[in-house]
Design a protein around this ligand. Structure first.
Ligand code: KIV
Ligand code: NA
Length: 264
C-alpha cells in the first residue's frame, strides 16, 4: 500500500466514490485513522479549540501547528496529510501564502496545505499550487472570518448561493485539488459538486458532496456538550475515559492497584 495522492481523489470522484476525512493532531489518532482507511487527514487549525483550548481558531500559530503536523505525518503510511494554514499566515498575498505553505511542506512534512477563502484567495492558491504544493480550499462558512460573517451561520442561502458558486469556480480555476464546503445548504453543495471536476468535502453541507469531514473529537464523542447540528457522534470516548479514570483512581485509593503482577 502506498500513500494516497491528490489524483486518487479526482479518480474517486470520476468513479462516483465517496470518502471520509477526519482531523488529527497526534500520533495515536493519526495511526488509528490511517489503519482504518481514512484517505485524507487534516491537521486543522481547529487544534486551536480542540488541542490548545482557545475560544476561536484565530490565535493559533504556525509554530503551534507544525509540531502536530510532523506527529501526524510520522504516524501515517497511507493517508494524505493536509496542513491547515493558520489565520494571519497567508492573507497578505501570494508571497506570504507561498512562504507559509513552503514552511508547512519543509518543516511539517505534510503533502498538501489548506486555506480559507474563495475568490479573495485565488491568487494565493495559484502561487502555492504553481510552486508544486497541492492546495485544498475552504469556502462557505470559514471560521477564521467569523467576525465578518457574523458568527457561525449557514452561508449561501437564497441569492447568496451564487456567491458560493463563484467562490467554488474561482478556487477550482486557481488550481485547488479539492474544496471544503462548510455550512452551506445541501442543494448548493449538490450544485457545486456537480459543476466542479475537483472533489468537494462537506461539513454541514448535506449528503451530496464527494467527501465528508468532521473534527475527530466530535465524531468520537470526546467533546461533550452542545454540538453543531452537522455532528454525528459515533462513540462516547468522553464517557469511556471518564469511567476508566474513575476506576483507576478508585483502585489506587482502595489499594487494588498496583497488584502483584504490576510489581517488580
Ligand atoms: O480546522 C478544521 O478542523 C477544518 C475542517 C473542519 C474542515 O478546517
Ligand atoms: Na480549519
Amino acid at each position: 500500500t502506498r500513500r494516497v495522492r491528490t489524483r486518487d481523489l479526482i479518480a474517486a470522484k470520476e468513479r462516483g466514490e465517496r470518502w471520509a476525512m477526519l482531523t488529527s493532531y497526534d500520533q495515536y489518532t493519526a495511526s488509528i485513522f490511517d489503519q482504518a482507511g481514512i484517505p485524507v487527514l487534516l491537521v486543522g487549525d481547529s487544534a486551536a479549540n480542540n488541542v490548545f483550548g482557545y475560544e476561536t481558531t484565530l490565535p493559533v500559530t504556525a509554530e503551534e501547528l507544525l509540531p502536530l503536523v510532523r506527529a501526524v505525518v510520522r504516524a501515517t503510511k497511507q493517508s494524505l496529510v493536509v496542513g491547515d494554514l493558520p489565520f494571519g499566515s497567508y492573507e497578505e498575498g501570494p508571497a506570504q501564502a507561498l512562504r507559509t505553505a513552503v514552511r508547512f511542506m519543509k518543516e511539517g512534512g505534510c503533502h498538501a496545505v489548506k486555506l480559507e477563502g474563495g475568490r479573495r484567495c485565488a491568487a494565493q492558491i495559484e502561487a502555492i499550487n504553481g510552486a508544486g504544493i497541492p492546495v485544498m480550499a475552504h469556502i462557505g462558512f470559514t471560521p477564521q472570518s467569523e467576525h465578518t460573517l457574523g458568527g457561525y451561520r449557514v452561508q449561501g442561502r437564497g441569492e447568496a448561493a451564487e456567491e458560493v458558486l463563484a467562490d467554488a469556480r474561482a478556487v477550482a480555476d486557481a488550481g485547488a485539488f479539492a474544496v471544503v464546503l462548510e455550512m452551506v445548504p445541501g442543494e448548493v453543495a449538490k450544485r457545486v459538486t456537480a459543476e466542479l471536476a475537483i472533489p468537494t468535502v462537506g461539513i454541514g453541507a448535506g449528503p451530496d458532496t464527494d467527501g465528508q469531514v468532521l473534527v475527530w473529537q466530535d465524531m468520537a464523542g470526546l467533546r461533550t456538550g452542545r454540538a453543531p447540528r452537522f455532528v454525528k457522534r459515533y462513540a462516547d470516548l468522553a464517557g469511556a475515559l471518564t469511567d476508566a479514570t474513575r476506576r483507576f483512581a478508585d483502585e489506587v485509593r482502595g489499594g487494588e492497584f498496583p497488584a502483584a503482577e504490576h510489581t517488580f
